[in-house]
Design a protein around this ligand. Structure first.
Ligand code: NAD
Length: 291
């Protein structure tokens, strides 16, 4: 079944260029009405969508400004009466090794990525709840999931978005709101100079967008982390091993050291918890059985 967005209204932040632009164009090409948000350059993308026969409006709201974000959502509501899809994509980098990093640069990156997404989610949440339909995507990163030299601020913000997704997916479930994360790899102004020339074409932003389209579709999953780049799609998980019950004796610390390999064992009983309660339940069950 082709993925279509007729009748759906989407907001894509940071869509003046790079990945966001590609997402906005693809959503519009498949029938969505799109709010193209960016600090600048949103108008050109809107023009492109309209020239192709689609519907779009521009918003220059900074995602860091909650009032401006609310006004953007009101703009969408006034034009089209609903908001079905939110793609939190806006982002900046301020790379430096942690020792040399200013706290101001740490805060700025947290503000744009994390608080920017929080503002947008907050502004559409009640609308989506009342519609009993919503699709939200957080743009995370391998730098957050796995770390990357020089990106303590960016990595922390990107992993925080996964944390935001985990709980919003749980809280949104009954209201038909599905929340996912996308970890892209693409050649954009953000990654300028970081990729070898030979692979630039393969890493075009358009190679990531199919993953985004699935994550905001009718049949979207929820609470997933999809990785995408150069046409390859992977899935990342936050998992928990079965663990070892060691009790609370005076030598428990030494036992932890001794059992560390068994504690770390992924081959037997590792799970993807469906909520944070899974850890408590596992610990309770093991303590009850062995206590
Ligand atoms: N390119 C990659 O390989 C890669 C890898 C992992 C994650 N990401 C993430 O993907 C997203 C898109 O990045 P990109 O590579 O297309 O880079 P990009 O720089 O082309 O796009 C980011 C856009 O966000 C906009 N923006 C910045 N601050 C904003 C604000 N306060 N309000 C509204 N818009 C704002 C910028 O103007 C820019 O157009 C980002 O969240 C980025 O962290 C990209």
């Amino acid at each position: 079944m082709p993925i279509q967005f007729q009748g759906r209204v989407a907001i894509v932040t940071g869509a003046g260029g790079g990945l966001g632009r590609e997402h906005a164009l693809a959503l519009a090409a498949r029938g969505a009405k799109v709010v193209v948000n960016d600090l600048a350059a949103a108008d050109a993308v809107v023009e492109q969508i309209r020239a192709a026969g689609g519907q779009a409006i521009a918003s220059a709201a900074s995602v860091t400004n909650f009032d401006a974000v609310r006004a953007m959502v009101e703009q969408a509501m006034a034009a089209w009466g609903r908001v079905d899809i939110l793609v939190n994509n806006a982002g900046v980098l301020r790379d430096k090794s942690f020792g040399k990093m200013d706290l101001a640069d740490f805060s700025l990156v947290m503000d744009v990525h994390l608080m920017g997404a929080v503002h947008c989610c907050k502004a559409v949440w009640e609308i989506m709840r009342q519609q009993q339909f919503g699709r939200i995507v957080m743009t995370t990163s391998s730098s957050g999931l796995y770390g990357n030299f020089g990106q303590a601020n960016y990595g922390a913000a990107k992993m925080a978005l996964v944390g935001l997704m985990q709980t919003l997916a749980i809280e949104g479930e009954k209201a038909g709101i599905r929340v996912n994360s996308l970890a892209p790899t693409a050649h954009t102004q953000m990654t300028e100079g970081l990729m070898p020339e030979a692979v630039l074409q393969a890493f075009k932003p358009a190679a990531v967008t199919p993953g985004l389209l699935y994550l905001v579709s009718e049949d979207a999953p929820t609470r997933t982390i999809l990785c995408a780049g150069a046409g390859t799609f992977e899935r990342a998980y936050v998992t928990m091993t079965k663990g070892v019950h060691l009790g609370t004796g005076p030598d428990a610390a030494e036992q932890v050291a001794q059992a560390f390999e068994a504690i770390s064992d992924r081959a037997h009983g590792e799970i993807v918890p469906s909520s944070g309660a899974a850890q408590t339940q596992n610990e309770l069950a093991r303590a009850a059985r062995l206590g």
